[in-house]
Design a protein around this ligand. Sequence first.
Ligand code: UDP
Length: 405
Amino acid sequence: MQNETIPQVENYKRFVGKETVERVQHKAGKLEDLHVAHVNSTYYGGGVAELLGALTLLMNDVGIKTGWRVIQGSPDYFSVTKKLHNALQGGEINLTPLKKRIYENVVYENTIRNHLDHDRVIIHDPQPLPMISHYEKRGPWIWRCHLDLTDPNQEVWEYLSQFINEYDAMIVSLEEYKQDIPVPQTHFMPALNPFSIKNRRLSGEEMDDRLDYYDIPTDLPIVTQVSRFDRWKDPEGVIEAFKMAQEEIDATLVLLGSIATDDPEGQKVYQSLLDSREERIIILAKEDTALVNALQTRSAVVLQKSIREGFGLTVTEAMWKGTPVIGGNVGGIKHQIQDGENGYLVSSHEEAAEKIVTLIEDPDLREEMGHKARESVRDGYLMIRLLEQYLDLLDNFETSYSYRE
Ligand code: UDP
């Protein structure tokens, strides 16, 4: 049975042309017998789950037997891993022996339940990182780190290095995130699935229906940020910038967030924002991908005012819908937005407010920037490009892989 939302490489012809699709199919043909596993720590909520959902299906579509394992953990494990996540992005941590024990024990329990004897194993982010220590490898293991590694906390980096250095390769999101380690590194920017409910064109009626359902008014221009409730996404800064802009324009702000199962801080951040709700400031914690689509499409402006951002798939998603994005001038956002061309990069609340006003007041500018934004996603950020990078990498290890002790 065919389903229109299941990614198929053939369908990319309409976006990238026949030649690219055939090149990718040819590369995949050479890897047909491979058995590959991806491992991460959540099925939904956040960019990694978003990527893996589409990528693993597309890899199967081109003939590579690809699985997706999600490790299980207790709340205290996820509390520790979120602290490691924060520290890798430059935050502080009190890295006690107890925290290390909780982290390593839960990972060990998961290795007992997961039999990873695949030809290639790709481990995503710090949560399952130490799994590598418990297997006799059958093939190369790759660590894919999606975080903003501009300035990792050194104590945490040193602690995690004992695991990282066991890997055969490491993938980061940007060239500048590469680290001084003995492991070969490459960088892959993430990409989106244009066929998912989140990213394909919805009808006007479908979008109205989602906005109505959540009582989101459409009488004024909408300004939106879609993000996990996480301090790195600066939701307070978004509210502050919007209030400054409100002194000059009328609009509605929507902050939509989901709370990922591997992010115990989400609930706290969400609760702390609720006092800021007003008639024109709507804060929603909902899991609704069609709503994400409707908001990214119907908003006059999308914000992604992050302080740190490994890549920022929400930026790509909004740009794909032809909506101009005002993004924090950090990490992956500054690679996606060409300031003043297909969006704006900002470094303060004041700048964000000023750009909100500029865009709300000028529909022609929004149209022009939005058009360029969509084209730049078509050129560089569709899932077929990421698939090809993975195929090249998977092919890049010797076929008869010799075990390392
Ligand atoms: N997302 C969502 N609903 C929400 C908030 C986020 O579906 O309420 C999705 C969003 O559309 C994107 C991903 O979660 O696909 C966030 O990825 P990004 O790279 O922007 O940030 P991360 O959460 O990985 O730090």
